[in-house]
Design a binder for this molecule. Structure first.
Ligand SMILES: NC(=O)c1ccc[n+]([C@@H]2O[C@H](COP(=O)([O-])OP(=O)(O)OC[C@H]3O[C@@H](n4cnc5c(N)ncnc54)[C@H](O)[C@@H]3O)[C@@H](O)[C@H]2O)c1
Length: 416
């Protein structure tokens, strides 16, 4: 694509003429790269893991996501998507690398820094650099701009930098990456306008324009809102246990009030979004964010509460056999990052509460090797205590007669 297009009405970025380099080919980068490729953009995907690069170049995938295998195979076979270990010159660079927290709960921006530094030699006038990773306030300006943009180029005139946070739901990524509304915020209004035009060329949802800082905070606020509300539901479930009532029933009844919408309790909060992102806001202003901090602490404490509860239930058995159903952080996915279900299994094993039998038909053995992953039938047959940790469909559909004569702990309210 040339910067000096002759036709002023021609979109600046469009399939067939725009090249895109995507940094990080995980749950966000790979679906984004393959959607762009199948829409007609020429895409070069970059990952630091050679096994990921090789797998993708064979038209295969290394993560579990419905229909992604079909999309990647078609994108690679058509020659629109290629993967490599280093960047290549492109019109647009997208950064989709991890943004975890450190053990002290401060943001770890080392991946964004490394990706920015790797891009720098390839940045030329006219380029648009987009940070898609969920990021603490001011990361686009303080890290991406500083690390990726050569000093001789002026942002907003020569090159363009923006943030566009991803809001997809694992399990529905391919649908949501196209259908969701998107928030884009540039370092300058021209950066915003260019990023907006790019997203409008492949997104069916509305593309809402703001500045980079507001876009960063918007994404963090969305997940903090959910975390605070889940914390309310989790606290309520513990209170309900103390009072001897069914939390899910009370919530269902309360939600019949026209202005009440309580979320669902569970074993805690997992995944690397809701359980991580609020810390970015707390870290940015610790003295004025007690509610968000407390919500994090309430949700983090729920696995401990449940382990103690299971320990009490196991005490009457001479050699308790505890079947744990699910280690993924949510239903019908293979993602075990920050999973409270996994944490509960690990704590039960560490504390020698009994013999722990684990089943998760979605999680491959390569992702979890601490204990054998057993067939559902075996776990159902051998367990005296059955703990539903992740409400995967095969667990939801277990005929209730298999639950009779067992001590049941349903952390998801799925067997009510
Ligand atoms: N997974 C989700 O559902 C989700 C949803 C919304 C937002 N996000 C955000 O998107 C970002 C990416 O998350 P993800 O789930 O795709 O992570 P991921 O771990 O699945 O993938 C990231 C990939 O980046 C690669 N990588 C690391 N450093 C690199 C570098 N310097 N250059 C190139 N590649 C590099 C890793 O090897 C990995 O394959 C995070 O900020 C996350 O918070 C994720």
């Amino acid at each position: 694509m040339t910067e000096n297009s002759t036709n002023p009405f021609e979109p600046r970025y469009a399939p067939g003429k725009t090249t895109v380099c995507v940094m990080g080919l995980g749950y966000i980068g790979l679906p984004t790269a393959s959607v762009l490729a199948t829409k007609g953009f020429q895409v070069h995907g970059v990952d630091v893991r050679p096994d990921v690069v090789d797998t993708i170049n064979q038209g295969k995938i290394h993560i579990e996501e419905p229909d992604l295998d079909i999309l990647v195979r078609s994108a690679v076979n058509s020659g629109q998507l290629k993967a490599g270990k280093t960047p290549q010159p492109a019109d647009i660079f997208m950064i989709c690398v991890p943004t975890p927290i450190r053990p002290d709960r401060s943001p770890d921006l080392s991946y964004v820094k490394q990706a920015g530094q790797a891009l720098k030699p390839y940045i030329k006038p006219g380029n648009l650099v987009i940070l898609e990773s969920t990021s603490p306030p001011r990361t686009t300006e303080d890290i991406v701009l500083q690390e990726a943009i050569p000093a001789n180029l002026t942002v907003g005139r020569d090159v363009f930098v923006a943030h566009c946070p991803e809001r997809v739901l694992p399990g529905r990524i391919l649908f949501e990456v196209v259908q969701n509304d998107r928030v884009v915020g540039g370092i300058t209004p021209e950066c915003t306008a260019r990023a907006k035009q790019f997203y409008e060329s492949f997104v069916k949802g509305e593309v809402l324009a703001t500045n980079a800082l507001a876009a960063e905070v918007t994404k963090l606020v969305e997940n903090s809102y959910r975390d605070v509300n889940i914390a309310f539901a989790n606290e309520l479930s513990i209170l309900a246990d103390r009072l001897g009532i069914d939390a899910w029933e009370v919530i269902e009844l309360a939600n019949r009030h026209p202005r009440v919408n309580i979320l669902t309790p569970g074993p805690g909060v997992g995944g690397h979004c809701i359980s991580v992102d609020p810390w970015f806001l707390v870290h940015a202003a610790p003295d004025i964010t007690p509610l968000m901090r407390t919500a994090r602490e309430v949700n983090n404490s729920k696995p401990h509460y449940l382990v103690e509860h299971i320990e009490r239930l196991a005490r009457p058995f001479a050699s308790p056999v505890i079947g744990c159903l699910g280690i993924a952080y949510k239903a019908d996915v293979d993602d075990i990052r920050e999973s409270p279900s996994l944490e509960i299994v690990q704590m039960l094993a560490e504390r020698n509460v009994g013999q722990i039998l684990v089943c998760d038909p979605f999680v491959p053995h390569s992702k979890f090797s601490e204990l054998p992953l057993l067939p559902l039938g075996e776990v159902l047959e051998r367990s005296q205590i059955l703990v539903l940790l992740t409400d995967h469909r095969p667990f939801r559909e277990i005929p209730r007669r298999f639950l009779q004569e067992k001590v049941v702990v349903d952390t998801r309210g799925a067997w009510r």
